[in-house]
Write a protein that binds this ligand. Sequence first.
Ligand code: ADP
Ligand code: MG
Length: 466
Amino acid sequence: MINLRSIRARLTLWSVAALAAILAIFSATATWNMRQALLRALEHTLEMQADAVADSYDPEEGRFNVLHEGEEEANEALSAWIRIVAEDGGILYETAAMGAAGWPFPYDRASELRDRADFFFQKLVSRSGRSYLAVIYPVWRGSQLVAWVQLALPTKQVSDPLHRLIVSLLIAAPVALLLAGFTGYWLADRALRPVEVIRSRAESISQANLAARVPVPGRGDELSRLAETFNAMLDRLEAAFKAQQRFIADASHELKTPIAILRARWENEINDADLPQEVRTQLTRDVEELARLNKLVEDLLLLTRADEGKIPLAREPVSLDELLNSLLEDARTLASGKEQKIHTEITTCGTVQGDRNRLYQLFLNLVDNAVKYSQPGATIRITCERRGARVVVAVQDDGPGIPPEDLPLIFDRFYRVDKSRSRELGGSGLGLSICKWIAEAHGGSITVQSQPGQGTRVEVSLPATA
Ligand SMILES: Nc1ncnc2c1ncn2[C@@H]1O[C@H](COP(=O)(O)OP(=O)(O)O)[C@@H](O)[C@H]1O
Ligand SMILES: [Mg+2]
């Protein structure tokens, strides 16, 4: 289906409309000119024939020789509709066809004839509706008007070719319009094809491949300039984005050392036996806060370096059965604080290619979320199954769930459904962003299904190698 609002379709429609207008003007002019020329030719024939009849007047005999002599050829060439009217109005001669037609002689214009001494034309219609053109031609003998020749011919000579011309125009015009439509569409399609290439490439450029550029058609035309402008804009965007990444990385880096120093100093301080209990409690809380800050800075650094593609990932076979089983211990430790149960269904789910430590981090993050956001005593299920060429690991809880309006946002950096609660629990909203990066860096994907009040299920799908 052609989109009528596309430039292609509009260009085509406009060019077809313009051609239609041109064809209409051309056809009207051609038809009119042809009609005039044919009419002139018919008038000329009438005049010549009438003149020949008038010329053949024999004053001795008082008759028109052409009409009487057995001159077969001359007679044959002559019109079948001839009438000679005497100056006094009496009919001197009339062919059978003329008599049958019964056309009147325009006596009312006879005086005009005398004055002008010239011929004129008269339009006639037969009883059967056919059109004729007649000439009224005076016959002079010296300065004396002898008679009139009324000579008619059918206007078929004019209307037939005209009719043929109109029919051929009516056939040719739609064909020409159709051809113009096809060529117009084809040309516009060719000319605009680079636009589609630029558009689809531009669409695919995101934060992940900001270094990519749209192809420049290289013809020095408007589209090349558009592509160049686009690329210049991408250069500026990339530079701005890199500057921002650098800033975050530098800031995180600057924070790391002081946090580590403070943490070490206060941890040392806590061990001082002389410390009053309330100061110790305060210090313990501060150390926890510092640990949280340290984690935040590390996560931030990890994400910015991941964006820059600076995190090397191992590419080795990782058995997920083994990985998940060893994760279980950590998971149980996390869950024990809230007396939650970890339930597993890990059969032989296969091996993936990748970085064991990162994958471990990914699944532990998910378990950590499930533990943190579910109520005490909840059950957390870790399952693993093969789905064709992929292996799907799911972490499911029967916790509070996530409201549907927050679902599309939870993978965004720093996004937390309940900020203060997440903070209390030591979260910063970067966990799922890291999970997403790890899953995607392994050619996989991560999805969440959640219903408020009915728990959350996070699925990680990875390409399996065995
Ligand atoms: N299992 C879950 N149950 C309910 N809410 C969850 C769950 N996992 C994640 N969330 C929500 O998604 C937010 C983002 O998660 P995450 O990126 O890990 O950040 P956080 O540091 O807060 O844990 C969390 O703050 C929480 O509101
Ligand atoms: Mg988290």
